[in-house]
Design a protein around this ligand. Structure first.
Ligand code: HGY
Ligand code: MN
Ligand code: MN
Length: 411
């Protein structure tokens, strides 16, 4: 078994074929959750898995599970997977790599006639990115009991369309309630999406856990008025208030350097007219830190800053926290299996905490969980230039194969 390896060319070819669904002229992928492109990618994945002899099903939030029977099929499955939805300016690897790597594990075991004792499952989690619908990681969150099924189905995008309606429209509204079944272990392969592995010329990240995140939507309310006739002293300009609050988001992260990060990715105003003072402004805020206490302190500072600015400017500030998760530690036995597999396979490796959120962060609540990172070019992700090498893609998949085999056993 030690010399068992995946087929790198087959893995790369399937990754590139999947990347054609939603391909952008700049070389990226735009495949938002539950769109027609998402359906196309889901259909392709299911076709590949059924060609590989898997039984497939999907649950009530559209999480897909491709199951390869084990010799003792009554056992809880050893699971892997990730997501197929992308950011608007997404790349070929974020999410899709973990899904296709799981399929390649199945294909490799088929090719070598190897049956595992426990069954294997490859999962595709719904709405991991959280850009079309909030919250992010909604599918894995429903599976792990973080979110109630009805809460997820009722979430709406900016046009008012709900997750439930889109699942029905694209044919992925399953019957099975998410979760409520045992998982022996979960492993997820993913690009690091940051600069550490590449900077250290290291192939495998042995992920020990993930940092915490708090995600907000802020609505600042003032008063529309004429841009030409309203004296500065009497204005209640919602956008000017939002600008000062947004500056505080950045300051708070810098005050908690070097580990804190904070991002304002969405800004809009109403009526959004060049000669009317904005009566309403909206912005998102995303704050993260590996330490729970510091993340809570950042939250308190952010809320206080918004309230102080609103009061000083005669504005209203409504802060809605759309999602949060605490820093998570992965399972020691899964971490050890990843580290040992990387070592046996001769890959340079190092422990690392994930800066990004992943479905694994929620699976860790219901199953022993580990992750495998590989480098990405210049540490860039959530961008059309996102890139990884075929060699690193194959290395991560080989580690995934051997870590899963350690838990599933060979018949
Ligand atoms: O936001 C995240 O960390 C993930 O990429 N959805
Ligand atoms: Mn991802
Ligand atoms: Mn992502």
């Amino acid at each position: 078994m030690e010399d068992l390896r995946i087929d790198s060319d087959r893995l790369w070819a399937s990754l590139m074929e999947m990347a054609r669904i939603g391909a952008t002229p700049a070389g990226g992928v735009c495949r938002l959750a539950l769109t027609d492109l998402a359906r196309e990618s889901r259909d392709l994945f299911i076709a590949w898995c059924e060609e590989a002899g898997c039984a497939t099903h999907f649950d009530a939030v559209g999480n897909i599970f491709a199951r390869r029977a084990g010799a003792d099929d009554a056992r809880a499955p050893v699971m892997t997977g990730s997501h197929l939805d992308t950011q608007p300016t997404g790349g070929k690897f974020d999410g899709a790599y973990g899904v296709i790597a799981g399929l390649e594990v199945v294909r490799t075991l088929n090719e070598h006639g190897i049956q595992t004792v426990a069954p294997l499952e490859v999962a595709v989690w719904t709405n991991e990115e959280g850009c079309r619908f909030t919250p992010s990681m909604a599918g894995s969150g429903a599976f792990a009991g973080v979110y109630d099924l009805d809460h997820v189905l009722a979430r709406r995008d900016e046009s008012g369309v709900s997750i439930g309606a889109e699942l029905t429209r694209i044919g992925y509204a399953g019957d099975a309630r998410p979760g409520a079944r045992p998982v022996a272990a979960y492993f997820e392969a993913h690009i690091e999406q940051g600069p550490v592995l590449e900077a250290e010329n290291t192939i495998i990240g042995v992920v020990t856990g993930g940092q915490g995140k708090r995600s907000y939507e802020v609505t600042v309310s003032g008063q529309e008025a004429h841009a030409g006739t309203t004296p500065m002293a009497v204005r209640r300009d919602a956008l000017q208030g939002a600008v000062r609050m947004i500056a505080e988001v950045d300051r708070i992260a810098h005050d908690h350097a070097p580990q804190a990060v904070a991002t304002v990715g969405m800004v809009s105003t109403k009526p959004n007219s060049r000669n009317t003072i904005p009566g309403t402004a909206f912005f998102s805020a995303d704050m993260r830190h590996p330490d729970r206490g510091i993340l809570d302190a950042m939250d308190a500072e952010f809320r206080r800053a918004c309230d102080d600015i609103a009061r000083a400017s005669g504005l209203g500030a409504d802060i809605v926290e759309v999602s949060r998760y605490q820093p998570v530690a992965f399972d020691e036995t899964c971490i050890a299996a990843v580290r040992a597999a990387a070592g046996r396979l001769g890959y340079s490796h190092r422990d690392i905490v994930s800066g990004a959120g992943h479905d694994a962060c929620y699976l860790a609540r219901v199953a022993p969980t580990g992750m495998i990172f590989i480098p990405c070019e210049n540490g860039v992700s959530h961008a059309e230039i996102e890139n990884a090498t075929a060699a690193d893609v194959a290395a991560g998949c080989n580690v995934l194969l051997h870590a899963m085999l350690e838990f599933a056993g060979r018949h």
